[in-house]
Design a protein. Structure first.
Length: 643
């Protein structure tokens, strides 16, 4: 793999200093696309390549200085699902509030989720069309120049396909624009294409990209490759093979559903697209770490090693390993800054604590032997309280609900007692629980309301944990759920003062394997699907699932595995929609309260009488609405159903 040269914004702006690039607000706006000297631009292949880099940067941006590039955001898309909670702007996460509408999109219409929004995607599509519309006029002096032009075109097709894939997965069928704008163009006639037409257009762009993109070994890291285009194809085909687009919602509306009974055809296409990557057709990709069967009896050292391996995927700062297919490298010296440690880290370390794991999610992580976690293991039927003495804990450490869990839990979640950065007052551990300087033995066996009532009378004897909402430092940034996100946080840096330089992994090999496993299971090829799933489980330190099960059981296991493996990466928002399970999983979340008493008693209380976040589902939100601003500008655009 060529060492990082990565699409530096400072480099772009130096090369393009002669031009003034002005973003177009709307794909149907009648203003010229960009005010720059096209005549000069298309006389020099170096300037064309620099303009291509601008298109890369604007994959995830909707502003001119690209401060919101694709990747690490303060507000993650996963906080619009049953995975995480946005503690600072929950009201703007309209998808989980049931408030999404053409006149109020919240984050789905602003810079926080700009890689999804109509405006930012079309703004970049406009730029790519400008490049493709003029690149054939660039003078070619040598065979090297000719090869560069060919590759730049292929990269541009990839970027346009990436933008259109984001649009399709959010809106369904959209307006197809494949040429640069001219001043005399009629902007009041374009209409939305059908879902099938939009899919066909994107697949055509992907095939053009695949034809002329190089392998990852022959291009600078961060630029499009054959593998990236193939993974985009797999991602797209996996989405359109789901229930949502195949008669599950408004089956007669061609904007959001395919006509006829073509789901098996879509599943087969998705399976084949993923299989091409697995077979090495577009380069060498592999899971990070061993996929051999894990030890039968996992020691703590084994668990730690598997957790460290999984964690390392998301902390890559130099040359990427073979799991990465496409991503964004954050290099402070090149201007791409990320601050995920600051945004998501614990308040006790002067960080902001956003995007917090929800209790229902935390319970989804298995035990280290691959069995399901059972909250009521020690008190059957009691799903809200765990209480134990020090003696009971010494005899069975797994009474603490965070002990004995699978390795990915420790690489993903910061919980009460989790090891973290140096801090003498807590022994370098997270402290979310409250310390109470009295005995707690009398509370064992009581229900939530009784416990909360009695503890409220012990306020004078209670000291809030350093990472709680009762902390002395930045209490307002303390956790509302009882957890913080660890995945993608770098323990070696101080989030209060240092930027992150670990890469955002947009597409990785595990996603391809999951796409393949799903297609196999849905096609009835259960053994092949489960065997593929087991590769991911074994890499994570978990034992195999048996292959001789029903399709329904295989589907349940598959969906569970995808939830845990891809947590916080944004994948879940698309999955719960394509599977049409939002009505099952979008529900209120409640805090986990933890109390440690002087007599060694500990209480873990999931208080469902109060809310970390109140949520509501509305079926029309399976698709995003076209904003009222866009409809007012172009009244011929048909709105998505339900709005």
């Amino acid at each position: 793999m060529k060492k990082i040269s990565l699409i530096s914004k400072s480099c772009i702006f130096m090369i393009l200093s002669a031009f003034t690039i002005i973003s177009c607000d709307n794909v149907l706006n009648q203003d010229p696309v960009d005010s720059f000297n096209e005549e000069s631009l298309f006389q020099d292949v170096n300037l064309v390549e620099a303009f291509l880099f601008q298109c890369y940067d604007q994959i995830g941006s909707d502003n001119k200085d690209n401060t919101t590039v694709l990747g690490m955001r303060e507000d993650l898309l996963s906080s619009s699902t049953d995975e995480l909670l946005n503690i600072h702007r929950a009201g703007s996460v309209t998808f989980t509030k049931g408030t999404l509408s053409p006149s109020y999109l919240g984050h789905f219409g602003d810079a926080n989720y700009s890689w999804i929004t109509w405006n930012s995607n079309y703004s970049n599509i406009k730029n790519v069309n400008t490049l493709l519309g003029g690149i054939d006029d660039v003078p070619v002096k040598t065979s090297v120049d000719e090869a560069r032009i060919k590759q730049i075109k292929a990269e541009a097709y990839f970027i346009r396909a990436f933008n259109y894939t984001n649009l399709l997965r959010s809106y369904g069928g959209v307006v197809i624009v494949d040429k640069k704008f001219n001043l005399d163009d009629d902007f009041l006639s374009p209409t939305r294409a059908t879902l099938q037409q939009t899919l066909d257009f994107i697949l055509s762009d992907i095939e053009k990209a695949l034809a002329d993109l190089p392998l990852k070994t022959d291009i600078a890291q961060g630029r499009a490759t054959k593998g990236a285009a193939a993974a985009l194809k797999s991602r797209l085909l996996s989405f359109v093979s789901g229930e949502l687009t195949n008669g599950g919602y408004e089956p007669s509306n061609a904007l959001v559903s395919f006509p006829g009974n073509s789901r098996n055809e879509k599943l087969l296409a998705a399976k084949n697209a993923a299989k091409d990557i697995i077979d090495g057709k577009y380069g060498v990709y592999a899971l990070t770490g061993s996929t051999d069967d894990p030890p039968a009896n996992m020691t703590e050292e084994d668990v730690t090693a598997y957790a460290a391996n999984f964690e390392s995927i998301f902390l890559q700062k130099g040359e990427w390993n073979d799991e990465v297919i496409f991503g964004v490298q954050y290099l402070n010296k090149q201007g791409n800054r990320a601050q995920n440690n600051l945004f998501w880290g614990p308040n006790g370390y002067s960080c902001w604590g956003n995007n917090e794991p929800i209790e229902d999610l935390v319970r989804e992580f298995e035990m280290k032997d691959g069995t399901s976690f059972q909250w009521d293991k020690y008190n059957p039927g009691e799903t809200k309280v765990r209480a134990f003495t020090k003696e009971q804990l010494d005899a069975d450490p797994e009474r603490n609900p965070y002990n004995g869990r699978e390795p990915r839990f420790y690489a993903t979640v910061l919980y009460d007692g989790a090891p973290w950065r140096e801090r003498a007052s807590t022994g370098n551990k997270i402290r979310i629980g409250h310390k109470i300087t009295s005995a707690g033995n009398g509370l064992i066996g009581k229900n939530v309301s009784e416990i909360i009532s009695e503890i409220s009378g012990l306020e004078s004897e209670t000291v809030g944990g350093e990472d709680s909402r009762s902390a002395a430092k930045q209490a307002w940034n303390g956790t509302k759920t009882g957890y913080y996100l660890r995945k993608m946080l770098d323990i070696t840096i101080d989030g209060e003062v240092d930027n992150n330089e670990n890469a955002w992994i947009e597409m990785r090999y595990a996603e391809v394997l999951l796409d393949y496993a799903e297609a196999c299971i849905e096609l009835g090829e259960i053994e092949e699907g489960i065997n593929t799933l087991n590769r991911i489980r074994n890499r994570a330190g978990l034992p195999d699932r048996p292959v001789g099960v029903s399709q329904a059981q295989a589907r349940e296991w598959y969906r569970h595995e995808r939830l845990i493996e891809m947590l916080a990466e944004g994948d879940r928002w698309y999955c719960i929609r394509k599977w049409m399970i939002c009505d099952e999983v979008i529900k209120d979340s409640h805090p986990m309260y933890i109390y440690h008493f002087d007599d060694g008693v500990s209480l873990y209380v999931h208080n469902t009488a109060t809310f970390a976040d109140e949520r509501k589902w509305n079926d029309r939100q399976y698709w995003l609405p076209v904003s009222i601003t866009e409809i007012n500008k172009a009244p011929q655009l048909e709105q998505n159903p339900g709005y």
